[in-house]
Design a protein around this ligand. Sequence first.
Ligand code: MSP
Length: 516
Amino acid sequence: MAGSDAQSKFYLTTPIYYVNDVPHIGHAYTTVAADTVARYERLRGRDVYFLTGTDEHGLKVERSAQRQGTTPQALADRVVERYRSLWERLEISFDDFIRTTEDRHAAGVRKLWELLEGEGAIYKGVYEGWYNVSDEAYVPESQVVDGCDAESGEPLERVQEESYFFRLSAYRDALVEHIQSHPEFIQPENFRKEILSFLDQGLKDLSISRTTFTWGVTVPGDPDHVIYVWIDALTNYISALGYGSENEDLYSRYWPADLHLIGKDILRFHAVYWPALLMAAGLPLPGCIFAHGWWTKEGQKMSKSKGNVLDPFALTDYYGTDQVRYFLLREVPFGQDGDFSDAAMVRRANEDLANDLGNLLNRTLSMQRKYLGDQVRLPAVETEEDADLKVHVDGLPSAFEEHMDNLRFHRALEAVFEVVRRGNLYVDETAPWVLNKEGNRERLAVVLANLVECVRVVNLHLWPVMPEACDRMFAQMGYTLEGVNLDRDGLWGARPEVLTVTKPKPVFQKVTEPET
Ligand code: MSP
């Protein structure tokens, strides 16, 4: 993130996903964004730790298992495999995958609980009110209309039972102070404002245990109580680092997180409950909580009942993994809501990838091999066109960094494709086929070397978004990422003296809209 030291550690997380149902495009979105950040930071030489996982406890999962005639553990064991194979399909380079049913996780949850208890932040009482099982959230009376949650429309359940409470109300002022003095803490800005105005209304203490179901981690010393699933889930961010275990080395090295990436639907849990819990326990707070928007499909909210839920497996089968990754990050400003349509997906895949980028590489490599053979020498500046191409390439690293550091993926990608377009224009300006006819091999070698350099720098920047496609393009260019550092090698001319290119093979196929 902004102002970061390229040598330092970088710990980032995705939400852990419920296992009540199979993954959909919304889950893929957060995870692809996180993977892109992780790859980008690694490519710059940072010590990255990237965590994802599954949220397996709670009523929602328990009920879902009951409906399916199975146990929650069996359901979790089945669905977690879908997540794992989706992350493999989507080229997600996580360092750890935590499941909340693992012992290492329960140890962290219990340790945090005991710490909170020791600090006097927990007390016993009775909870009477409403509960939204679908969101696993307590809902205030003011938000209830005809027994349903006015925000989500979900049916609510009336709860009256003994419960432990967390003294959330005591942390309101400290939270406001922290958010105000750390403007980067909650992003984008509109969500920061939303949380501040939520805090303005004051905070009630939070019920953090239940006695009417069993699927969860029990309260230390009081096994009739199961710890509230959100307390359980949020703790994954530290339990995965060994917090509460015999070896807390990873915790010491990586905590606090630099970035929690989440969807806007779970902002309050991350920007209010989680920091308050950490404050109460005397643990450091994460550096940034960044919330992204919601995807719709052709203008409609995705839902099972409408049958319009986008299946990430089907989508990547049809369009290709890197095409989908590119689309998700290029099409919509991160932080805002976005709409998926096949028309838009096809446009991005064909125009940006197959035409602009794919053709640039193909024609460059074909001409190189046809006119000069497979050896490409270093780029050089001889003419005004060369100088202008170099200016564009040289401008990319800083523009890209500025956008990536603020998670403006769409702007970072826009900057890359501006250079691609400049490269294509350079082909037209220099007309290598004319130089070839004239027998001007000296000039031809410079022009083609400059084009290869343009594509190399472009690909280095695109790699975090489309790793597999970029690896394939690099292989054709005789270039390898081994030992490469983006900050050092992402500059014009920062490459081996000679590259040996191979026969070009289109990396991006043209696609059409699926027939419905
Ligand atoms: N288990 C909790 C998170 C606990 S984190 C300590 C949870 N899980 S979830 O399976 O419901 O996944 C929620 C996440 O999925 C959202 O934060 C968001 O990242 C993503 N999305 C789910 N549907 C989405 C869309 N339609 N569009 C974009 N992202 C959405 O909540």
